[in-house]
Design a protein around this ligand. Sequence first.
Ligand code: CA
Length: 229
Amino acid sequence: MNKDLILVVEDDASVRNLITTTLKTNNYKYVTADSGAGAISAAATHNPAIVLLDLGLPDIDGVQVINQIRSWSSMPIVVVSARGDDSDKILALDAGADDYITKPFSVAELLARIRVMQRRINVSGQEESPVFVNGALTIDYAAGCAYLDGEEMRLTPIEYKLLCLLAHNVGKVLTHTYITQKVWGSSWENDIASLRVFMATLRKKLENGSKQEFIQTHVGIGYRMNKVD
Ligand code: CA
């Protein structure tokens, strides 16, 4: 992997310039592509640390670009999308994107998203440990227990499953469909409604004890576990 390199995929020259100028002033290295085919070949040639991917490209759809890249690489992909329609973001996340930014976005937001991905690279670069630690939260996978500030949490089996799924994907937005399929093996409307309830109680248990924000809700899309310090 080319550790400091960011691939910027954007066919709109003014947005591309905004992104590359931001990257340059913050000492990131980058390469650019202005089409889906160009993005796939640049991803293969340069092996970047992060891809910033516009979904509306002139040749092929951004979701197809994600599918292609995912056939050989798990490099972090952040979708940059002008579309207000959440269904595009959900398609992109289900295809394997890690995160998204909606246009218009601020420079601060772009840099924050990049930092989240960099932390994710640092985490996933290590061999997965049998014990997960994030702020006050510790999960001992082998024992099947979670602890908050050293106190064992009282979790239902589903809450524990949800917590582990989020922890395995810390920093990544997981869609409702993805989560319900992993936890219940299906994704009916009812499962998504139950998911909301389970998430609410899980979050209460996590955040009442620790005062740290572990679970971020993406309305209409899904959930992400934050890396807390
Ligand atoms: Ca575009």
